[in-house]
Write a protein that binds this ligand. Structure first.
Ligand code: NAD
Ligand code: ZN
Length: 238
């Protein structure tokens, strides 16, 4: 078990598994479908063009579901890590539920967007989901009248913060993945980049992730149960 030094540059990547103990189903748990919908119908631009009302209904439901949940012990353990490593710490998440921010993480790089927001398909102005009218099937931009869309990076679109992420991967000493299957790219490839750049790699996951061959230290189990004690050990808080 590695003990980390306070000056180590630590990068963490989280996925749907970290929110499973908060009651949000992972992608895999849904059997390849996303809440009974085909991914291409609800998580692609062409799906939105075909049926924007369905896509809005789907994300409004995801937003309401995630609003009814709370961060769990793993989200809070990462807040402790951020306090300990301060400017040497970078949190990247594939999750769109916003739970890292609610837990208190200051600047998670939400590379796939956040359910709490939407933006205009024409002028790109950004809005809070709570300011959109739930009775309207397809909310329109108050500024220019075009369709709004959820602020979610769909399949085939370019994730956010790739420049910042690449920089952090180049510099990191330790790269930790938590609750991610290692099957959705480009995030699944970050561990390989970090490893090739010389970082120590650690995984905390219920099942073996697809990119296990790039992992030096694998802790199998539920992140809400095992991450808090790992963080205490890593940071020598016990
Ligand atoms: P995934 O569903 O492909 O994999 C989840 C992984 O988490 C699995 O390997 C599973 O073994 C593990 N896991 C399940 N419960 C766990 C627990 N309690 N502790 C630790 N590990 C646990 O998720 P992914 O790799 O993040 O990719 C799915 C994509 O779908 C992402 O791009 C994400 O944006 C999106 N998504 C997001 C959410 C969310 O925001 N919470 C939920 C579902 C899907
Ligand atoms: Zn607009």
């Amino acid at each position: 078990m590695k003990k980390l030094s306070r000056n180590d540059k630590v990068v963490v990547l989280t996925g749907a598994g970290i929110s499973a103990e908060s009651g949000i189903r992972t992608f895999r748990d849904s059997g390849g479908l996303w809440e009974n919908h085909k991914v291409e119908d609800v998580a692609t631009w062409s799906g939105f063009e075909k049926n924007p009302a369905l896509v809005w209904k789907f994300y409004r439901q995801r937003w309401e579901d995630s609003n009814a949940t709370k961060p769990n012990a793993a989200h809070y353990a990462l807040v402790d890590m951020e306090k300990y490593f301060a400017q040497h710490f970078c949190l990247i998440t594939q999750n769109v539920d916003g739970l890292h921010r609610i837990a208190g993480s200051i600047n998670p790089l939400e590379m796939h967007g956040n359910l709490n927001y939407c933006y205009c398909t024409s002028c790109r102005a950004k809005f809070d989901m709570k300011d959109t009218d739930a009775h309207v099937a397809i909310p329109l931009c108050p500024k220019c009248g075009a369709y709004l869309r959820p602020d979610i990076v769909w399949f085939g679109e370019i994730p956010y913060y790739l420049y910042e992420i690449e920089n952090s991967l180049k510099k990191c000493d330790v790269f930790i993945i938590i609750g991610t299957s290692g099957s959705v790219y480009p995030a699944a490839g970050f561990v390989m980049t970090a490893k090739l750049m010389g970082a120590e790699t650690i995984a905390i996951n219920l099942d073996a992730p697809d990119n296990l061959s790039f992992i030096d230290e694998f802790h199998q189990g539920k992140s809400g149960t095992i991450l808090p004690s790992l963080v205490k050990k890593w940071t020598a808080m016990v």
